[in-house]
Ligand binder design. Structure first.
Ligand code: FPP
Length: 251
């Protein structure tokens, strides 16, 4: 099936989030080291970014390194950080050409100096691009984000900037790392695992979840188009009934 041409251009999700999983298992099945899987995962990152820009998804978040990933062997962490620095260097011209703005969520300050510095530079250079906002979740977890949000809120209360009784969904949202982005409508996870794994727990409240069996290094543009097609063929009820939805689309 030609998924790309079957996509309804009027119903493109504003934000898609991806848990890129399975690099290690992909490599192991080929008798290679886990790092080989991460290297091949970069190709899949290029594909998903190109597919998102092609069909006009305005926000794309990729879970590149979780808070829990700091527990991996030191050499794997170093290899991932080196890969990030190299990829950012190499991809900058493509990001500029395709109108991609790079942003990050997570505890960027604790990344190794070279990675933090390169991210800062690429974010600055791409800040006026408007076609796609590519958000890399790095040293990120939802529980970390929630604790940080509460800390900032408590400080603002202490300094008299906001009152505790002003807390509602909107004010809480403004303290999250993702305050400037819409919530994802679709979350894709590769590798057959069916978990959220501490990723955007508040923001994914109403997202459609899609779990694919293939490993991340095998993910290609057509998989993204198929995911969007799948999303468009689901009924999103937001707590309402099917009948209510049909009625409101008839008027
Ligand atoms: C999960 O697979 C993947 C990661 C923890 C890292 C993702 C990183 C990349 C795709 C490359 C660099 C990224 C950018 C943005 C240039 P896993 O290692 O958990 O695989 P496993 O579950 O099979 O062990």
């Amino acid at each position: 099936m030609d998924y790309k041409n079957s996509i309804d251009k009027n119903n493109i999700p504003k934000h898609v989030a991806v848990i890129m999983d399975g690099n290690g298992r992909w490599a192991k099945e080929k008798g290679k080291l886990r790092v080989f899987g991460h290297k091949n995962g970069v190709k899949a990152v290029q594909e998903v970014v190109e597919a998102a820009t092609t069909i006009g998804v305005p926000y794309l978040t990729l879970y590149a390194f979780s808070t829990e990933n700091w527990n991996r062997p030191k050499f794997e962490i170093k290899a991932l950080m080196d890969l990030l620095v190299k990829s950012l260097e190499k991809e900058l011209p493509t990001l500029m050409k395709n109108g991609v703005r790079l942003e990050t969520i997570g505890d960027i300050e604790i990344l190794p100096g070279s990675a933090a510095q390169r991210l800062k530079e690429v974010k600055e250079k791409t800040k006026d691009n408007t076609r796609l906002t590519l958000i890399l979740a790095l040293s990120y977890s939802s529980k970390w984000e929630t604790a940080e949000a509460l800390k900032s809120f408590a400080l603002d209360v202490q300094e008299g900037k906001i009152s505790a009784k002003d807390v509602n969904e909107e004010t809480f949202r403004s303290y999250l790392q993702t305050a400037d982005y819409p919530d994802p409508e679709l979350m894709i996870r590769t590798s057959g695992e069916k978990r959220i794994s501490n990723f955007l727990m508040w923001q994914l409240s109403y997202a459609e979840l899609l779990f694919l069996d293939k490993y991340w290094p095998d993910f290609r543009m057509d998989d993204f188009y198929q995911a969007i097609y799948d999303y468009q063929n689901r009924e999103r009820r937001f707590g309402k009934t099917s009948e209510q939805l049909k009625k409101s689309s008839d008027v």
